[in-house]
Design a protein around this ligand. Structure first.
Ligand code: FAD
Length: 555
């Protein structure tokens, strides 16, 4: 037994109540009740930890202060010291970021005749996508349809989603799954060869396609191989973008990259730019731990905002209800929603169910917060973290011995390293920052309000309203990544670039100075959270956030 003795008492209660709970059916709550519980307990509705933006397209809107700091940040580039006539890379389509959205866009842009460059912050494929566990939605069964998928997604998003984006996603979904299979993804199959699909919270049909519980790893294996093999796609690793470049026609025309090892800058001129930098979990809004990889620091939001793109639902975050709380080394990591789909229940210190395990994520997260705060029915660890149990062993009782090992091998392995045996023991969970529901405003091809710039994937916003359903984020990235790749390649054939400039950076600096906040704001994009191992003294100095703007060392 790896859990300390003081937790054992509540584990015993959980075990005693299992037989009873197997037959217990807790109904889903009504939409009015959902509204009440979310408003009272969900972190998005807290009054603290938020601030109004003082400048930019979303001026006067309130968002989490960690995000506001990035959006209002100082550029890492001194426009007066950058020689825009010295171009290092000249391409049709520049793709910033190498997760699922970026690599899908790269492949389709290349298929449409573009010369493509992928510039990425860490190694090719280091991303949230590679960590995706549960799977990807697509209505491809005879009893399902994109219309049902559309309705479920709108309901999950509290009907605040942008309808044309949801329809584009639901409609393209079966094609996206097939495309991935054609390029080599091994989706889980039933013995008759049909897709094995799960029903996650908020879905009226089984439509989540997975590769056991390491779906993102399998998909990225294939996408990375494909990108590496194709002519006309180059990639650069450890060179994040730190600023977009404009031209005198008001079009986005490239980006400035920084080499994380040497601190040298590279200039990319591109006829079209696709920002696919993903999310912001590493900003830890409201002080929550996160499921996200180290590169998820809102870089794309900050860069797009500075060139004039507005954000939609920048105030709406997804706190996934099942983030690990124990052991300390795993705090914040994701326990896939597939556990709940297979019957895993959320249980308080007395062995009672907290809510129906198929409530949407924001609702269940709110229930858990209520249980651990107002009701004092959580389990507190020695590190003073609090959580409720997720009863994983129940899955084998429902579906037969061996199911957990077969369906959740990666999860079982992660905890076995700390002597926790998830086949026989529950796991302690609490909400963890997982996803930004909003992002840069875009159309159904992921095009922004600024010509020459596309934002597919988690960096884009509007598809999921104020709450994303499980399996729709990885779908979003393939659908809008592909659409962006196609449109950007088409646009690159026609556009004429003007003279390059960084006037937006100058203007931004002036506005910050006029407001008297330049010295108070950090540099953005953040690139890496300040607790991560820093790549070198020079960038580490930047992260102290005490230096004046414009200090990026020029090559
Ligand atoms: C642990 C985990 C499990 C998940 N499971 C699921 C699931 O089962 N189903 C589902 O639908 N969704 C899931 N999600 C959500 C989903 O995986 C993500 O929303 C989605 O993969 C995001 O894809 P993306 O391509 O937009 O961003 P990412 O995959 O995060 O890729 C962003 C890329 O941009 C790079 N980057 C960032 N900043 C810069 C910069 N300045 N310059 C250059 N490159 C930069 C990053 O390093 C990365 O390569 C999960 C998320 C996590 C964290």
């Amino acid at each position: 037994m790896p859990y300390p003795p003081f937790m054992e008492e509540s584990i015993r209660k959980l075990e005693v109540s299992r037989q009873r709970r197997m037959k217990e059916e807790i109904p889903l709550i009504s939409s009015d009740e959902r509204d009440i519980i979310v408003r009272k307990y969900h972190p998005d509705y807290r009054e603290t930890g938020k601030r109004k933006l003082l400048l930019g397209p979303n001026k006067d809107e309130t968002m989490p202060e960690e995000l506001v700091n990035q959006l209002e940040g100082n550029s890492r580039v001194d426009p007066d010291k950058v020689d825009l006539s010295k171009i290092d890379y000249d391409v049709d389509v520049l793709i910033i970021g190498s997760g699922g959205a970026g690599l899908s866009a790269a492949l389709v842009a290349q298929e449409n005749g573009a010369k493509v460059l992928v510039a990425t912050k860490l190694r090719l494929g280091d991303s949230n996508t590679i960590g995706a566990e549960g799977g990807t939605q697509a209505a491809d069964r005879p009893n399902d349809s994109p219309v049902l998928h559309y309705l479920d997604t709108m309901g999950g998003g509290h009907f605040e989603n942008v309808p044309e984006l949801v329809w584009a996603m639901a409609r393209d979904a079966p094609m996206a799954i097939k495309w991935l299979e054609d390029v080599g993804v091994n989706w889980d199959k039933e013995t008759d060869g049909s897709m094995r699909e799960l029903e996650l919270a908020g879905e009226c049909r089984r439509r989540v396609h997975s590769c056991k519980d390491y779906t993102g790893l399998e998909v990225m294996r294939v996408l990375r191989d494909e990108v590496r093999c194709r002519d006309n796609i180059d990639y650069i690793e450890f060179e994040p973008a730190i600023e977009l470049i404009m031209d005198d026609e008001g079009q986005v025309a490239g980006a400035i990259l920084v080499n994380l090892e040497t601190n040298e800058l590279s200039l990319v001129r591109a006829k079209a730019v696709i920002v696919a930098t993903g999310g912001l979990g590493r900003l830890h809004t409201q002080g929550f731990p996160t499921t996200n990889h180290y590169g998820a620091t809102a870089d794309g939001l900050a860069m797009a905002y500075r060139v004039g793109c507005s954000l939609i639902y920048g105030d709406s975050m997804q706190y996934h209800p099942t983030g690990a709380v124990y052991p300390l080394q795993l705090v914040g990591i994701l326990i896939t929603e597939n556990v709940r789909a297979l019957g895993g229940q959320i249980i308080n210190i007395d062995g009672e169910q907290v809510a129906c395990n198929l409530e949407p994520r924001d609702i269940l997260a709110s229930f858990e917060i209520r249980e651990c705060t107002e009701r004092h029915k959580g389990i507190t660890t020695a590190a003073r973290n609090v959580g409720v149990w997720e009863d994983i062993p129940l899955i084998d009782m429902i579906h037969g011995e061996g199911t957990i090992a077969r369906r959740l091998p990666s999860l079982v392995h992660k905890f076995s390293r700390f002597n926790i045996d998830l086949i026989h023991e529950p796991v302690l969970v609490y909400p963890t920052l997982h996803y930004q529901n909003g992002g840069v405003r875009m159309d159904a091809n992921a095009a922004t309000e600024i010509p020459g710039l596309w934002v597919p994937g988690e960096v884009g916003g509007g598809v999921h309203g104020r709450n994303r359903l499980g399996g729709n984020a990885t779908l979003d990235i393939y659908v809008f990544g592909r659409r962006a790749g196609r449109e950007a390649a088409k646009y690159a054939k026609e556009v004429k670039l003007g003279k390059l400039n960084l006037d937006h950076v100058r203007q931004w600096r002036e506005e910050l100075e006029q407001l008297g906040i330049a010295k108070e704001r950090p540099f953005s994009p953040m690139l890496l959270p300040n607790y991560a191992r820093q790549p070198g003294d020079y960038l580490a100095a930047l992260y102290t956030e005490k230096l004046q703007p414009g200090l990026v060392k020029l090559a």
